[in-house]
Each structure stands twice: as structure tokens, then as C-alpha cells.
Design a protein around this ligand. Structure first.
Ligand code: SAM
Length: 257
């Protein structure tokens, strides 16, 4: 189909067949998988995926693409959801789903945070994202990439940086490098927070001013006695703490307030 890429929908279509094949190999689709593709676009990943799958769900916002898809794909192979993925109800799809997508980079963080709420029904997720975002997702403490996104995702997910993908693999070529990442929800949370809303609040407050010490950023939440009780140096910064320490802070607060 003739289609002019729409910037507002973050449309950069994958065109490098060798890279597409390596992504499909990494996803390793099995016929009876319950799979959802976010943003199928012109089908760069959709077409190889449906060769392996009995059925595929796709969520696409662009009506022009939807119209073309409806005429192109046999309905028994694909269920087409014309929806904004940020408003899409994944719980209707099924209990054990796999999610894949070359995501629109302009809304990748909101998509990741939305899917975090659905991890109980997700087996795994494979995404193409801006390389810098993937680096932040998998970053270790005390590195410049490490931040709120790292902590919030690592709390729920095991993540693997799979491969770097150059701009020329897309049409139009994005201005940035891309990377493919695998995310698998932890079967059991390694560090469960007693109050997850409070955990999120602590992480947000701590990284709000990442150059400041925890003593400053958590003022009003955690006092000196609290820092000593959980054995965390109040002079350290958010970027120095791992998921376990953030959970220790929020669990201390939920037990003492
Ligand atoms: N999968 C195709 C490929 O690899 O060539 C297209 C990837 S393109 C980077 C992102 C796709 O997501 C586009 O098809 C775009 O229309 C779609 N999209 C953008 N925003 C969306 C949203 N909020 N909800 C659902 N799909 C969206």
C-alpha cells in the first residue's frame, strides 16, 4: 500500500529484512501463543509473525492503516483493534499473553508504564525502542542512565538488551539509534513492596532532584532514625540505591506511618 509515514504516530517502518528476521527469531513465536502486536503499521513484523502463529491481535491507532489491513489480512488470522494502545484494555485478550512491537518512540514510556499494570497476565514482551530508553531500562545503580524508569521496571521485570539497530533499518530513518529489548515479568517479585503506591511515590521523590542527597529529597518522609533503622546512608543519592533499598524505605514507611 502507498502510505506516507505520519510523524504524529511515530511511524518509522522497519525495512531491513535480516534485522526483522533476527527479531522474529528472538521472539520465537509458537503457533498457539496468544500474542498482541502494538503498532503493526505496514506489517514488517506482522507478516512474518502470522506465518508462525494461528492467530494474532494487533492494536493500531492509524485509521488509514486499519482500512488497508482489513482488506489485506484474512480475518481468521488477525483480530484488528483500532485503538490508542494507551486506552486499550489488555485484560480482554486473555490470561497469558505475549506482547511485541516496534513502538512509537514518542509514547514509549507511557506504554511501558501501562503494561506494568498488566504484568500478571503477561508472559513476556519484546520491543523495539529508542536505544537510549532501553539503556535506561536495563541500567545498573550508580550509572548516569539509571533513574526512575530503571527502578520501576526492574521492580517487576527481568530485562535483556538484545541488539542495537541502526537508523537505516527504518524508513523513514529515525534520528536516533534503536535497540530491541526482552522483558519478562518476575514469577515472584524479588523485593515485594507492602504498599506499591508508596514505593512509586518514594522512587519519584528520590529521583525528583537526582543530584541531591536522599536526606533532602526524602525530607518529610524519612527521618534520621528511619535511615539508620534500614541501614541506608542519608548522604547517598537516589542513583546509588537498587530496587531492594527503595523497597526497604517504602516498607519501613508503611510500617511506621
Ligand atoms: N510495526 C511497524 C514496523 O515495524 O514497521 C510500525 C512501527 S512504527 C515505529 C509505530 C506504529 O505504531 C505505527 O504503525 C503507528 O501508527 C502506531 N501507533 C502510534 N501511536 C499509537 C498508539 N497510541 N496506539 C496504537 N498504535 C500506535
Amino acid at each position: 500500500m502507498k502510505h506516507i509515514a505520519k510523524k504524529k504516530f511515530g511511524q518509522n517502518f522497519l525495512i531491513d529484512q535480516a534485522i526483522i528476521q533476527s527479531l522474529i527469531n528472538a521472539i520465537h513465536p509458537q503457533a498457539d501463543d496468544l500474542m498482541v502486536e502494538i503498532g503493526p503499521g505496514l506489517g514488517a513484523m506482522t507478516q512474518p509473525l502470522i506465518k508462525h502463529l494461528d492467530h494474532l491481535h494487533v492494536v493500531e491507532i492509524d485509521r488509514d492503516i486499519i482500512q488497508w489491513m482489513q482488506s489485506f489480512y484474512p480475518p481468521q488470522k488477525i483480530t484488528i483493534h483500532n485503538s490508542d494502545v494507551l486506552k486499550f484494555d489488555f485484560s480482554h485478550i486473555g490470561e497469558r499473553i505475549r506482547v511485541v512491537g516496534n513502538l512509537p518512540y514518542n509514547i514509549s514510556s507511557p506504554i511501558l508504564f501501562k503494561l506494568l499494570e498488566n504484568t500478571a497476565q503477561i508472559i513476556d514482551m519484546h520491543f523495539m525502542l529508542q536505544k537510549e530508553v532501553v539503556e535506561r531500562m536495563v541500567a545498573a545503580p550508580s550509572t548516569s542512565e539509571y533513574g526512575r524508569l530503571s527502578v520501576m521496571l526492574q521492580y517487576r521485570l527481568h530485562m535483556e538488551y538484545m541488539v542495537t539497530v541502526p537508523p537505516e533499518a527504518f524508513d523513514p530513518a529515525p534520528k536516533v539509534e534503536s535497540a530491541f529489548v526482552r522483558c519478562v515479568p518476575h514469577a515472584r517479585l524479588p523485593y515485594p513492596a507492602a504498599d506499591e503506591a508508596l514505593f512509586a511515590k518514594v522512587v519519584t521523590a528520590a529521583f525528583g532532584q537526582r543530584r541531591k542527597t536522599l536526606r533532602n529529597t526524602l525530607k518529610g518522609l524519612l527521618d534520621d532514625a528511619g535511615f539508620s533503622a534500614i541501614n541506608i546512608d542519608s548522604q547517598s543519592r537516589a542513583e546509588n540505591l537498587g530496587v531492594a533499598e527503595f523497597v526497604a524505605i517504602s516498607n519501613y514507611l508503611s510500617a511506621h506511618t
